[in-house]
Design a protein around this ligand. Structure first.
Ligand code: IMO
Ligand code: MG
Length: 428
């Protein structure tokens, strides 16, 4: 029995979807263990780009069972929309392909409205995806949330949704001076969604552990990135779930001993959406160059919100910290192709804080925001790498860049992606 874990090693959007899609070719089960529809995992299949937000990226591999685990928060409305999009792409989403944990908490309309309301009030905004993620996890932690299993009784579920909306409406009016939600209409909509989702609900702890007992290979697909983790990320500019390897055990209900391999996905540079410290952030021409124009889906614009992403050089200080904390065995390095044509590249190898050199990621976001990067400069390469399929055929300077990352982070780079297509990937 074995689990391979795939984690975002930066601030999300590392290209986890396509690496999951590639690793799913060898997996019988793909399971999401954290986050909700704040995730946006793009997979390019021929001329089609499909963006998955809640359904695991194994859905496009025939024979793969997909699981939404208990650590996830579920948006019923968007799940139905996503299922319809997957079906439009030619893959049917049936309970033999997708199982949803009865213990996953449900993102309710009030969570989304409150997220939007709080983000609109300047002071406490952190640039969330406004999917209600934080408020859904708040209700989970305060033991007032609704779990997906309650959708098994759609009428009772509708009653609870109704009560939830009436309570939230008071807060919306009183604290935020915002329009209230239509409790009757939403309760009816959620009851209808519950009827659709009911056949997919099960005790996924048993599903995953049975698969492991049968010697099947399970791929745990992380959402967000370790630096957005509620405990280990750049708090408060984080999401509300556990995006670390520890999140796999609680978010799926599996023993740590079942985890055999931990793969971190990192971009060959850095990006971040929303607020928060970003030591290697670039502005101006170089930022525009790395971000792209938005003309193609591979450019740096949020796949859930469409926001332009902040971009910067690779941060080896942060990456080393993340790799150590999660016991990463390998790194998958994405978007190497974007760096082609640059004269020089920078990697942050340390920081300085008020003139003092530091080698490890500070825990406090305010301190981190005051840090300056200490860069090491490497020579770039001119060649287009998009058609390269073997590491030895990469330009010499690209090989040196990767070797230096391995040395600084202390982890082997086992996969390099050189373009958005399924086959634009080299595995060492
Ligand atoms: P994937 O899985 C990038 C960021 C938001 C915001 C912060 C909190 O596609 O990598 P939230 O809506 O979660 O309360 O927002 O976290 N964020 C992501 N950034 N990729 C993601 O997911 C993200 N999910 C959340 O931009 O800064
Ligand atoms: Mg994304």
């Amino acid at each position: 029995m074995s689990i391979t874990v795939l984690l975002g090693a930066q601030w999300g959007d590392e290209g986890k979807g396509r690496i999951t899609d590639a690793l799913a070719a060898q997996a019988e089960v793909v399971a999401r263990f954290n986050g909700g529809d704040n995730a946006g995992h793009s997979i390019t299949i021929g001329a089609q780009v499909v963006r998955l937000h809640q359904v695991p990226s194994g859905i496009f591999r025939a024979g793969c069972l997909n699981i939404i685990g208990n650590g996830v928060v579920l948006n019923p409305r968007n799940l139905l929309k996503e299922m319809a999009e997957i079906e439009a792409a030619g893959v049917s989403v049936t309970p033999d392909r997708l199982r949803i944990s009865e213990n996953a908490h449900v993102i309710l309309p009030g969570h989304i409205a409150l997220d939007a309301a709080r983000e609109a009030t300047g002071g406490s905004a952190i640039g969330t995806t406004q999917r209600g993620i934080g408020f859904a996890y708040m209700d989970k932690a305060s033991r007032t949330g609704l779990r997906a299993g309650q959708m098994c009784d759609p009428e009772r579920f509708a009653d609870k949704v109704h009560q939830h909306i009436l309570a939230v409406n008071k807060t919306l009016e009183r604290d935020y001076n915002r329009p209230t939600l239509d409790a009757d209409a939403l309760a009816a909509e959620y009851a209808a969604a519950a009827r659709h989702i009911k056949p997919f609900l099960t005790n996924t702890v048993l599903t995953v552990n049975d698969a492991l007992a049968q010697g099947k290979h399970v791929l745990a697909e992380g959402a967000q990135g370790v630096l957005l983790d509620i405990d280990h990320g750049t708090y408060p500019f984080v999401t509300s779930s556990s995006a670390t390897v520890g999140g796999v055990c609680t978010g799926l209900g599996v023993p740590p001993k079942a985890i055999r391999r931990v793969v971190g996905v990192a971009k060959a540079f850095s990006t971040r959406v929303g607020g928060g410290p970003f030591v290697t952030e670039l502005h101006g021409d170089m930022a525009a160059r790395l971000r792209g124009t938005g003309a193609n889906p591979w450019d740096e614009y949020g796949s859930t919100t469409g926001r332009p992403r902040r971009v910067g050089w690779l941060d080896a200080v942060a990456l080393r910290y993340v790799a150590r904390m999660n016991g990463m065995d390998e790194l998958a390095l994405t978007k190497l192709d974007i760096l082609s044509g640059l004269d020089t590249l920078q990697i942050a190898v340390a920081y300085t804080h008020k003139g003092v050199k530091i080698d490890d990621l500070p825990q406090d976001s305010e301190t981190l925001a005051e840090c300056e990067p200490v860069y090491e400069e490497l020579a770039g390469w001119r060649e287009d790498v998009r058609s390269v399929r073997a590491f030895a055929n990469l330009p010499r300077n690209a090989q040196t860049y990767i070797a230096r990352i391995e040395e600084l982070v202390g982890v082997r780079v086992s996969i390099v992606s050189v373009g958005p297509e399924r086959d634009q990937m080299l595995v060492r």
